[in-house]
Design a protein around this ligand. Structure first.
Ligand code: SF4
Length: 484
């Protein structure tokens, strides 16, 4: 979006208005592939029946089915994989602007805003940096590559070269997350061998962005008004290993937390055995690092975890959680599990249930196993029927519901800092917001039904609020003071 915007394209979220349609896709599990294909077909109709003259498909689906997309959906004019983002201008038939000084971030506010053309502005000069910015990766990644970890041989019509691309601080960006919050990708790819997962095959080997590049981007974002930064990557806890940094993520968080006016800083996601003492110390040390940790554990039965090639089990995980809670009192913990992995027995599910009861996560997601060609698990026997998987998922979610309800009830009466996000989608009588214990768009909600002495609230501003009611996942709050 940043590249297109900087080259003078006027962006719209309304497909009926667009001349060029771009569908950015996902393809790591069945439901994501389905959603991507449905959207491409819907946009293809806009091309045949509406004013659009070009349809571009970008993202992970292209990495997996490059030739298939072109062959089976003739309305598609160009494809852009995750490793060739900068060819979006060529695909769109838009000339890149002449090189000039980089300009600040552009914020796209509201889903349907049409922006004016900006032919006079320019500043794309990220090609050279993209190369300079691609480090060589870790020996672990090379080793896994030799073992066939990143192979795409099972994917007919896939792009053959693994992506190596990383953006940098000069790559133009268009924020679609409003003025206050922004994501920063600090690393790309993954070297872990999890047998159910094809993300490494899609995204390539683990590689970190340069430390200075991330800090420069964060500084610029904060200078432009951003107050919440969420660092992302497939495995943020490996950050910097390929750059020779020890405790890279902790060092990065420490540097970013010192940026004036940055109110909330968090990262997604932590690999369980990479949560170091130094990382926890750093989270505890800075007030503006959210007391929030998302650590996807995938399962708790040692047998299943072994077959997932992740290792560990309930006992080890409970010790890790104890260490986290002791180092960062009051921290909110989120995890996700995969249910229905091949060969998962009723006993494995009981172990998982027992673990969920003992671990008392604040937030928890349960996902059905998705059998993905190209993953090691695809070749395993003892696949479970969809019905069994679905009922196991329901059972686990029901258990978590009661744990979550009790945890939310303990919030009643507490005064917390709240980021107001806007009117509730359900009713204009309520507003919605988040605390540091809620990551954007993932966890439960805070509904605000009382503005205190204020006439109204302002989206993107922070307030002090008191929690007055608790439901299963969501809570209700009353504004006490602010904006802060
Ligand atoms: S660590 Fe995450 S992204 Fe990497 S292989 Fe495992 S599940 Fe996939």
């Amino acid at each position: 979006m940043g590249l297109l915007d900087r080259a003078g394209a006027r962006l719209t979220a309304r497909p009926e208005e667009a001349e060029i349609l771009v569908v950015n896709t996902c393809s790591f599990i069945d439901t994501a592939k389905q959603e991507s294909v449905d959207t491409i077909l819907e946009m293809a109709r806009h091309k045949t029946e509406g004013r659009a003259s070009k349809l571009i498909v970008a993202g992970c689906l292209v990495e997996r089915y490059r030739d298939e997309i072109r062959k089976n959906i003739p309305e598609v004019d160009a494809v852009v994989g995750t490793g060739e983002l900068e060819s979006i201008l060529e695909a769109a038939g838009i000339a890149p602007p002449a090189p000039a000084a980089p300009s600040p971030f552009t914020i796209l506010s509201g889903p349907a805003q049409v922006r004016p053309g900006r032919e006079a502005e320019s500043g794309v000069h990220s090609h050279a940096h993209a190369i300079e910015n691609s480090p060589k990766g870790r020996p672990e990644g090379d080793h896994r590559e030799q073992q066939g970890r990143f192979s795409r041989n099972d994917w007919l019509g896939a792009a053959h070269l693994l992506p190596t691309y990383l953006y940098n601080e000069d790559t133009p960006r268009l924020l679609s997350t409003g003025r206050t919050s922004a994501y920063i990708k600090i690393a790309e790819g993954c070297d872990h061998p999890c047998t159910f997962c094809v993300i490494p095959n899609l995204r390539g080997k683990f590689r970190s962005r340069r430390f200075e590049s991330v800090v420069a981007e964060a500084q610029r974002l904060v200078a432009s008004g951003v107050q919440e930064i969420t660092l992302i990557g497939q495995d943020t806890t490996c950050y910097g290993e390929d750059l020779g940094l020890k405790d890279g993520l902790a060092t990065l968080l420490d540097a970013l937390a010192r940026i004036d006016s940055l109110r909330w800083l968090r990262f997604l996601y932590a690999y369980p055995n990479r949560i170091t003492g130094k990382l926890l110390e750093t989270i505890a040390l800075h007030d503006n690092i959210c007391k929030y940790l998302d650590v996807p554990l995938q399962h708790a039965s040692p047998d299943v975890l072994k077959r997932m090639k992740r290792g560990a089990g309930a006992d080890i995980f409970l010790k890790t959680l104890e260490k986290v809670r002791a180092a960062v009192p009051g921290i909110a913990l989120r995890t996700s599990f995969i249910v229905g992995f091949p060969g998962e027995s009723p006993r494995d599910v009981e172990l998982l249930e027992q673990f969920i009861k003992e671990a008392r996560f604040d937030w928890l997601g349960v996902f059905n196993y998705s059998d993905e060609e190209g993953s090691r698990a695809f070749a395993l026997d003892s696949k479970l029927p969809k019905r069994t998987i679905e009922s196991r998922k329901r059972r686990l979610m029901k258990l978590q519901q009661s744990i979550s309800r009790k945890a939310r009830q303990q919030w009643i009466g507490r005064e917390l800092v709240l980021l107001a996000e806007g009117e509730s989608e359900e009713t204009e009588l309520l507003w919605e917001g988040r605390t540091q214990y809620h990551a954007p768009e993932i966890d439960g909600k805070v509904y605000i039904n009382d503005f205190g002495d204020l006439e109204t609230l302002e989206a993107g501003r922070f307030y002090k609020a008191q929690i007055t009611e608790a439901h299963d996942y969501d809570v209700v709050a009353r504004v006490v003071s602010g904006p802060l």
